[in-house]
Design a protein around this ligand. Structure first.
Ligand SMILES: *[C@@H]1O[C@H](CO)[C@@H](O)[C@H](O)[C@H]1NC(C)=O
Ligand SMILES: *[C@@H]1O[C@H](CO)[C@@H](O)[C@H](O)[C@H]1NC(C)=O
Ligand SMILES: *[C@@H]1O[C@H](CO)[C@@H](O)[C@H](O)[C@H]1NC(C)=O
Ligand SMILES: *[C@@H]1O[C@H](CO)[C@@H](O)[C@H](O)[C@H]1NC(C)=O
Ligand SMILES: *[C@@H]1O[C@H](CO)[C@@H](O)[C@H](O)[C@H]1NC(C)=O
Ligand SMILES: *[C@@H]1O[C@H](CO)[C@@H](O)[C@H](O)[C@H]1NC(C)=O
Ligand SMILES: *[C@@H]1O[C@H](CO)[C@@H](O)[C@H](O)[C@H]1NC(C)=O
Ligand SMILES: *[C@@H]1O[C@H](CO)[C@@H](O)[C@H](O)[C@H]1NC(C)=O
Ligand SMILES: *[C@@H]1O[C@H](CO)[C@@H](O)[C@H](O)[C@H]1NC(C)=O
Ligand SMILES: *[C@@H]1O[C@H](CO)[C@@H](O)[C@H](O)[C@H]1NC(C)=O
Ligand SMILES: *[C@@H]1O[C@H](CO)[C@@H](O)[C@H](O)[C@H]1NC(C)=O
Ligand SMILES: *[C@@H]1O[C@H](CO)[C@@H](O)[C@H](O)[C@H]1NC(C)=O
Ligand SMILES: [Cu+2]
Length: 630
């Protein structure tokens, strides 16, 4: 009797699995999310914002994504989904698929058998998601362990008035040698400002907080209400009550919020920039954004809510997963990566793992896996500039990340959640500390697990996971600016397992053909000799010997009086390096007079407005370098 109930229940659940079909075309429209500036935004079938996806555990999802742009490729990534047996549907271009050409359609077809909770989707191409191509992706749990009355999604992000395609050329420029990220204009909640959340009294809300932004972390806190954190990045945790949450881009916090019995008053729901991530804080930037928890439409809205300190946010390191997975006591394979930001010979500031800035291969890495046969187990075939690591089936992998940069970075691993073994505190600017494996430490008995983890400035973190999901998985900083600077690596997990269990769909191959890209061969596109990488894409050369990144910083910023003067000094400073003029001329594309004129105008405008120069510069010893180079 009992058995039959169980099995009929099982078949009922299986029969109920649904297929959700979405037919989406990207395009451009205009919107004014922050209420201060109308601008172009990326639309979905003409609509902005993009719709949320809501499915049940076990369902199938089919998204037909048509690239409706005239002159840009696109892709879609489903953040946090494991994509078991469907790594080809994961999204990042040149990693697990070819870019989708204008006019072309890709079918993302996968199931969500083994995950529940709060996820999101976004373009994985050239910062497009910061222009609006993103939405929530919720997998409902038939066995939800927490009681609540209502469920609500609440996204947060920063917002720029300029398009990413406008910001990137100025960001990745010799005139931005420190790699100062563009400063956003506002914080948004649910794609608006001054958001009103209408609540009923005496209820417990299950709130899915999702940071769909591309740059800054935020502090979230409410007037006279508390968050009880019950899940992070789709992993249930033991309830932990807190007044303040610190959420990096791409992270999710599911929280319970209990409303008051009394409906006479409305309350503030605050978002605050982590301003330590901004190189400059313009005078007119509103760091604290006020939103409203509204009990009574007729009652007044509160002023902003101020707290004494922002230091007491919940430290996610101490959260304990509800399902107690044992600590992976040791590792089989350790990958140690040092993070630095530095300039290459074109004067542009790049980001590096172990001195390599990710440079996309000529063939998507998954295409190389599928065409390399037995040689797919050799990392060399994926190229020397992709930071490729091959993982053995079921081994325990440890990633030690040493951040030698003075910024915080939220790192994301595709295809997995990982155990957080250790995270160091912030260390001073002049003394970055690497992880010391031989120093005694005790990792948590049941480490926190998630898919996005920030590292503190000049510090480190250590994570572990089991290589039980064959696939090509990207690991990268989720700050879109840093991803464009190359802060990424590729994990090729059990390549023979991928070959055995996955077949590339005809559509997947067609997407490559329609963008004129080969999908077989090594990173250089060579499918005769997988060990001949001639012609592979490589990073820009290092700065010439005797010339430092600091020198570039000094030179470029010594010319507050105008760009042309600046370039003269630039030449002069490097005059003793053979051929440097020719190389700099080529790199700077100096014949582009229009570009120079535009830059000059910008500089003048900036001076007129009295805007301050990147405050990080003074620390670089600018003055000193300028004097020596004159
Ligand atoms: C998607 O929509 C387009 C335009 O409306 C239509 O031509 C196409 O047949 C649709 N595709 C699917 C799979 O429904
Ligand atoms: C939010 O409030 C600010 C300040 O009052 C205002 O400038 C802005 O237009 C408002 N934004 C929206 C989307 O209502
Ligand atoms: C689209 O991708 C292809 C293949 O990587 C590339 O050659 C082309 O330049 C891209 N197009 C745009 C507009 O970026
Ligand atoms: C999606 O994948 C499933 C499993 O491979 C397949 O049965 C189904 O036909 C695919 N959907 C489409 C529209 O191709
Ligand atoms: C946020 O937007 C979603 C739709 O994306 C809506 O369901 C939800 O109620 C909104 N939440 C708040 C707090 O405004
Ligand atoms: C609301 O009232 C109920 C019953 O009186 C009580 O149990 C509960 O704690 C109250 N909730 C709040 C948030 O004050
Ligand atoms: C809150 O809920 C409790 C128990 O359900 C009930 O007794 C009380 O009247 C409610 N209070 C309000 C203000 O609705
Ligand atoms: C922003 O909020 C913080 C913390 O509540 C507070 O210390 C600070 O004074 C606020 N800033 C402004 C400009 O109101
Ligand atoms: C809650 O978080 C604090 C740190 O913010 C930690 O000390 C405590 O152990 C956590 N408790 C649980 C049950 O997760
Ligand atoms: C990076 O390059 C520097 C300078 O050439 C060298 O000292 C360092 O060992 C390199 N780091 C790695 C991880 O290869
Ligand atoms: C792997 O590479 C070797 C040369 O190192 C070659 O002889 C062999 O044919 C390659 N295997 C495949 C399947 O391409
Ligand atoms: C391939 O799929 C089969 C059936 O789903 C599974 O049993 C096997 O473990 C998979 N192999 C790998 C290497 O993942
Ligand atoms: Cu970063």
């Amino acid at each position: 009797m009992r058995l039959s109930i169980l099995s009929s229940g099982f078949f009922a659940a299986a029969a109920l699995a649904q297929t959700h079909v979405f037919n989406w075309t990207t395009g451009w429209g205009t919107a004014n999310p922050d209420g201060t500036h109308e601008r172009p935004v990326i639309t979905c079938n003409g609509q902005f914002p993009w719709p949320d996806i809501r499915v049940q555990k076990g369902d199938r999802v089919e998204v037909y994504l048509t690239n409706g742009f005239d002159d840009a490729n696109t892709t879609l990534h489903f953040h946090g989904l494991f994509q078991h047996g469907s790594t080809q549907m994961d999204g990042p271009p040149l990693v697990s698929q070819c870019p989708i050409a204008p006019g072309d359609t890709m079918l993302y077809n996968f199931t969500v058998p083994d995950q529940v909770g709060s996820y999101w989707y976004h373009s994985h191409t050239e910062g497009q998601y910061m222009d609006g191509m993103r939405g929530a992706f919720i997998i409902e749990d038939p066995d939800m362990p927490y009681d609540y009355d209502e469920e609500v999604i609440l996204t947060v992000s920063e917002w720029y008035h300029d398009l990413v395609s406008t910001l990137i050329p100025d960001f990745l420029s010799v005139y931005n040698p420190t790699g100062a990220e563009p400063i956003p204009q506002n914080l948004l909640m649910n794609n608006t400002r001054n958001n009103t959340w209408k609540v009923e009294p005496n209820k417990t809300y299950y709130v899915r907080l999702i940071n769909i932004g591309g740059f800054v972390s935020q502090y979230l806190y409410m007037q006279d209400h508390t968050f009880t954190v019950v899940a992070v990045d789709g992993v249930y945790v033991e309830p932990n009550e807190t007044n303040m949450i610190y959420i990096t881009v791409a992270q999710r916090y599911d929280v319970l919020i209990t409303t008051k019995n009394d409906t006479s008053e409305n309350y503030a729901f605050m978002q605050m920039f982590d301003s330590t991530m901004l190189d400059v804080v313009p005078d007119d930037l509103v760091l604290n954004a006020t939103n409203y928890i509204v009990y009574d439409d007729n009652a007044d809205l509160p002023d902003q809510y101020i707290v004494d300190s922002i230091d007491d946010f919940l430290d996610d390191f101490y959260l304990v997963p509800l399902v107690k997975e044992e600590l992976y006591e040791s590792y089989d394979y350790q990958i140690t990566i040092d993070v630095i930001m530095n300039n290459l010979n074109n004067g542009i500031n790049y980001a590096f793992f172990n001195n390599i800035t990710y440079t996309a291969p000529k063939v998507p890495t998954l295409g190389t896996v599928m065409s390399a046969g037995e040689n797919a187990t050799n990392a060399y075939v994926y190229g020397t500039n992709t930071n490729a690591f091959v993982l053995q089936k079921d081994e325990i992998v440890e990633i030690v990340l040493n951040n030698q940069d003075t910024g915080k970075h939220p790192f994301h691993l595709h295809g997995h959640v990982f155990q957080v073994i250790e995270r160091g505190p912030e260390f001073p600017d002049d003394a970055p500390q690497a992880y010391n494996e031989s120093a005694p430490y005790t990792p948590p008995e049941h480490p926190m697990e998630r898919d996005v983890l920030y590292v503190n400035p000049n510090s480190y973190f250590v994570i572990r996971f089991k290589a039980n999901n064959p696939g090509v998985w990207y690991f990268h900083c989720h700050i879109e600016w840093h991803l464009t600077q190359g802060l990424a690596l590729t994990l090729i997990e059990d390549p023979l397992g991928i070959q055995a269990n996955e077949t590339l769909t005809e559509n997947w191959k067609q997407v490559c053909q329609n963008v004129n890209m080969s999908y077989t061969g090594n990173a250089a596109g060579n499918d005769n000799d997988f060990f001949d990488l001639t012609g592979q894409n490589v990073q820009v050369k290092d700065l010439p010997a005797g010339f430092t990144a600091r020198g570039i910083v000094a030179l470029v910023f010594s010319c507050v009086s105008g760009v042309l003067g600046c370039i003269v000094i630039f030449w002069y400073g490097m005059a003793d390096i053979p051929d440097i003029e020719k190389r700099v001329l080529a790199d700077l594309n100096l014949d582009d007079r229009a570009f120079l004129a535009a830059e000059e105008e910008e500089e003048e405008a900036a001076e007129a407005a009295g805007s301050s120069v990147n405050d990080g510069l003074s620390k670089e010893g600018t003055t000193q370098e300028i004097t020596t180079s004159h």
